[in-house]
Design a protein around this ligand. Structure first.
Ligand SMILES: Nc1ncnc2c1ncn2[C@@H]1O[C@H](COP(=O)(O)OP(=O)(O)OP(=O)(O)O)[C@@H](O)[C@H]1O
Ligand SMILES: [Mg+2]
Length: 298
């Protein structure tokens, strides 16, 4: 991917490299679909309403202070859910519950029809092969190069010859536009670049669902757009399911099929993006209005 720092304005559409189809080899690797020659059509994700994640009446509190109260939502395979809400409402907690890093006090959380609330660490390890999280700081291995970071999940999974590993790594590096930093250590990368590499590493684990916690925080609008383009491409071309926690309404408007708006521990809104932005609820209106007043970054 070319350096975007010279791009004078944000284009309305995806950058051309982002809208190019993925190579069949990479599609096959990421989706595990070896049937073939064809790319999944762009509309497959929405066509099959199959819940992949279901939260039902989830409660969690810390030191007696409720954080999530009776929160329910579901995400179908191939959909993108954006979780919105002010700081401290439990957005990251929701992702951590899904990863099994936290445990609900009550309620049910199902992944592909399997209840995960009572699972032990071994059971959760299985779930974490299906769901992977891109952390805010990237959580890359500091002592490994970008290339080695991305290769790590592939090697851990096993069954691939070294030249296959390198081929897939090169494709993932191309996907996120990190060719020029492939042999660098993570510490030398900007925040946006680190996050793009973290996405590539998450994909190398061949997940069904990718969770993103604030992918656009602390990156400039062009990088934010580029990260959004990567997430959108993964959805359109590969049918990935995503849950994206964000404060960034522009980003959410571009990506979301569904919105979960958390407010004072409750799911104040859960439904299609179009209904969220048209909502007459004063709390939602206030959130949308405040977001529109953000100061420009340059
Ligand atoms: N492990 C924990 N132990 C105690 N309290 C916690 C823990 N994890 C989260 N909390 C509390 O739960 C609340 C919700 O936290 P969470 O990180 O989900 O907020 P958030 O919506 O992601 O906010 P932000 O937008 O600032 O990231 C906070 O008050 C936080 O302090
Ligand atoms: Mg958070």
């Amino acid at each position: 991917m070319a350096d975007s720092s010279h791009t004078p304005e944000l284009p309305e559409d995806l950058t051309p490299e982002v809208s190019e189809p993925l190579s069949p080899e990479l599609s096959e690797t990421l989706t595990g679909n070896s049937s073939g020659e064809h790319e999944p059509p762009e509309t497959v994700p929405q066509a099959v309403p199959e819940p992949i994640i279901v939260f039902s009446h989830v409660y969690i509190s810390f030191d007696g202070r409720p954080v999530l109260e009776d929160v329910s939502f579901s995400v179908n395979r191939g959909q993108t859910l954006c979780i919105l809400g002010r700081s401290g409402v439990g957005k990251s907690v929701s992702l951590r519950l899904l990863m099994g890093f936290l445990h609900a006090d009550s309620g049910s959380i199902c992944v592909e029809g399997r209840e995960i609330t009572g699972l032990n660490e071994d059971g959760m390890q299985e779930i974490r092969k299906r769901i992977t999280m891109v952390f805010q700081n990237g959580a890359l291995f500091d002592s490994l190069s970008v290339r080695e970071n991305i290769a790590f999940p592939l090697r851990e999974r096993g069954g691939l010859a070294e030249d296959q590993v390198q081929q897939i790594v090169n494709q993932l590096i191309g996907l996120v536009g990190a060719e020029d930093v492939a042999d660098n250590l993570p510490a030398s990368l900007s925040t946006g670049r680190r996050r793009a590499v973290a996405i590539a590493r998450a994909l190398a684990a061949q997940p069904e669902v990718v969770l993103y916690d604030e992918p656009t925080t602390m990156v400039d609008p062009i990088i934010a757009r580029r990260l959004g383009g990567i997430i959108q491409r993964l959805k359109r071309q590969l049918g990935f399911t995503s849950i994206v926690v964000t404060h960034d309404m522009r980003f959410a408007e571009r990506l979301a099929d569904l919105v979960l708006f958390l407010d004072q521990g409750r799911a104040r809104f859960f439904g299609p993006l179009s209904e969220f932005v048209a909502s007459a609820d004063p709390h939602i209106q206030q959130f949308l209005t405040l977001d529109a007043y953000r100061l420009p970054l340059r």
